[in-house]
Every structure is written in structure tokens, then in C-alpha cells.
Design a protein around this ligand. Structure first.
Ligand code: FMN
Length: 277
């Protein structure tokens, strides 16, 4: 296993065990290094992206697998400071959205499929079904993650912005989205500020997320207890109050204030052309 990968694995999981897979790892070394080194970046320099880099990242996005080749996503590059400010406000006033030189609004987009059907004179469309909603969201997510890796491979930093879903209707209006499309999430992109570096956040052990043949969670609690300690220690290293992952997950799973902000999501999606039948 290449030395760099070995240390990234250790940093990502913070466990003692390392899988002995030197052959595969050395062939995938560069891709794995980029992916294992991921950390969300929320402090950016004001500098613009290098010329042409956005287009390469979108080529990576377009290269992702896509359900039945429907390519049911679009992305809007928001660079204008006033529009970034608006996106920041609509994301719950997240300052990194304002400060990053580029904000990408990733669109779950069934509108192009509808236009294709219209051009072919087909009227009996089935895009209202829940499955097509999932197709568009999954396609947008796969495309976005490919772009994220491309940006990170080039030394840029990103953070996904789900906060934008608190104002789906207003965002759609501001970006002049056609019916049957909505911004599923955003992404800040820019040069990480070296004065405020982000750290690799340890993840659940593979023994918790990787199941062998069938789903099994009987040994989960003990394994997560150990992870809780590592996650809590990480928080303290970041000068944040110690917090076990289990406590965090339980809080997220019972956060009524969060869902209250999005209580009208179903109605808003319906109004935007996603009846979810
Ligand atoms: C769909 C999605 C939405 C997210 N929304 C936000 C957000 O609104 N604001 C933010 O600061 N981070 C957001 N994040 C980043 C997560 O908080 C972050 O990925 C997670 O805590 C793990 O940390 P890491 O990315 O540094 O490893 C989002 C991530 C995803 C995948």
C-alpha cells in the first residue's frame, strides 16, 4: 500500500487495522488519495477558479453513470456576488456560500425530458411518478460528486449545501428554473484558505457500513461506541465541544426544527412540477 494512502486510511478511520490490499491500492493510488483526503472546506480565498477548470469538472460530472442515459440534471454556476449573497441568504445565511467564488446549484431536472417528449410529439408523459423524482435527484448527486472529486484533485475545496432546500421555491424563482426542475443541493467551490485549514473527519468503521451478503447490525452498537470516542476526540481537536456520533445522529433524527423549516417541501415540489404520484 503506498505510504500516502496508508496514512489517509488511518486518518479517515482512526482504527488500528489496515486492510492489506497493496495491488489494488497502488493502481488506484491517485483517485483514492483524492477521495480519502476529502474534507468540506468552509473558508475560501477570494481568488477565481483557474480558467477552464469548471468546464473540466463538469465534463467529469457528465461522465458519471446516469439512469437510462436520461441525464436528468443540470447545474447553474453562480459567480455574481449579489446572486451569491442571495444564495447564501436562502441557504440559512451560510457565509461560506457568500465567500466562495463559485456556487454551483445542482438541479434535479426532468424539464429537458419533457421538452424532448414535446419535440417528438409525445403527450402521454409519465414524469409525474415518484420514481422519476428519484432518478433526477440520484443523477444530480452522482454528477455533483464526480465534479467534487475533479475540483478536489485540482487542489480546490468544496462543500455541499443542503441548506438551500429550506427555500426551494425562492431559489427556483431566482434562478429562473423551468417547471419540472428544482435545486436539490448547492456546492461552494474555491481555493481553501490555508490560514483556516479543514481536517479529515473520521467516518464509521467499515465493519458498520459494509455488510457481507446480508444486512446485519447485531454487533453495530459496540463498534459504534468505539467510533463515538474517536468522533468525540476529533471534535475536541477542532476546538468544538466533544460530541459522540450517536448523540449527533440521534439529534438529527429527532430535529423537529429542521423538518419544520421544510414542512412545505412536498407542496413546493408539487408546485414546481414534481407531483410524486
Ligand atoms: C447533501 C449534503 C448537504 C450538505 N449541506 C451542508 C450545508 O448546508 N452546509 C454545510 O456547511 N455543510 C453541508 N454539508 C457537508 C456535511 O456537513 C459534511 O459533508 C459532513 O459533515 C462530513 O464532513 P466532511 O465533508 O468534512 O467529511 C452537506 C453535505 C451533503 C452531502
Amino acid at each position: 500500500m503506498p505510504q500516502k494512502l496508508e496514512s489517509l486510511w488511518a486518518e479517515r478511520y482512526r482504527e488500528d487495522d489496515m486492510p492489506p490490499r497493496p495491488e489494488a491500492a497502488s493502481k488506484l493510488s491517485h483517485a483514492l488519495e483524492t477521495m480519502l483526503a476529502h474534507r468540506s472546506v468552509r473558508a475560501f480565498l477570494p481568488d477565481a477558479l483557474p480558467e477552464g477548470l469548471l468546464e473540466w469538472a463538469i465534463a467529469a460530472a457528465s461522465s458519471a453513470s446516469t439512469s437510462s442515459n436520461m441525464q436528468a440534471w443540470s447545474v447553474i454556476a453562480v459567480r455574481d456576488p449579489a446572486m451569491r449573497d442571495l444564495m447564501a441568504q436562502l441557504s440559512g445565511n451560510q457565509d461560506h456560500v457568500r465567500k466562495a467564488p463559485v456556487f454551483l446549484a445542482w438541479v434535479a431536472d426532468l424539464s429537458r425530458l419533457e421538452r424532448a417528449a414535446q419535440r417528438e410529439d409525445k403527450r402521454d408523459i409519465v414524469l409525474d411518478y415518484l420514481d422519476f423524482f428519484l432518478v433526477s435527484v440520484v443523477d444530480a448527486a452522482l454528477a455533483a460528486q464526480n465534479a467534487a472529486i475533479a475540483f478536489e484533485a485540482a487542489g480546490l475545496g468544496i462543500t455541499y449545501i443542503g441548506g438551500i432546500r429550506s427555500h426551494v421555491k425562492e431559489v427556483a424563482a431566482a434562478l429562473e428554473l423551468p417547471p419540472r426542475s428544482f435545486v436539490a443541493f448547492g456546492m461552494c467551490v474555491g481555493w481553501p484558505d490555508p490560514a483556516r485549514p479543514a481536517s479529515i473527519k473520521p467516518r464509521l468503521p467499515q465493519s458498520v457500513v459494509l455488510h457481507d451478503e446480508k444486512y446485519g447490525h447485531h454487533a453495530e452498537a459496540g463498534l459504534i461506541d468505539a467510533y463515538d470516542s474517536r468522533a468525540s476526540a476529533f471534535q475536541q481537536e477542532q476546538n468544538l465541544p466533544p460530541r459522540r456520533w450517536t448523540a449527533h445522529a440521534a439529534r438529527q433524527a429527532t430535529d423537529h426544527a429542521y423538518v419544520n423549516k421544510r414542512k412545505d417541501l412536498h407542496d413546493v415540489l408539487r408546485a414546481l412540477g414534481f407531483p410524486l404520484t
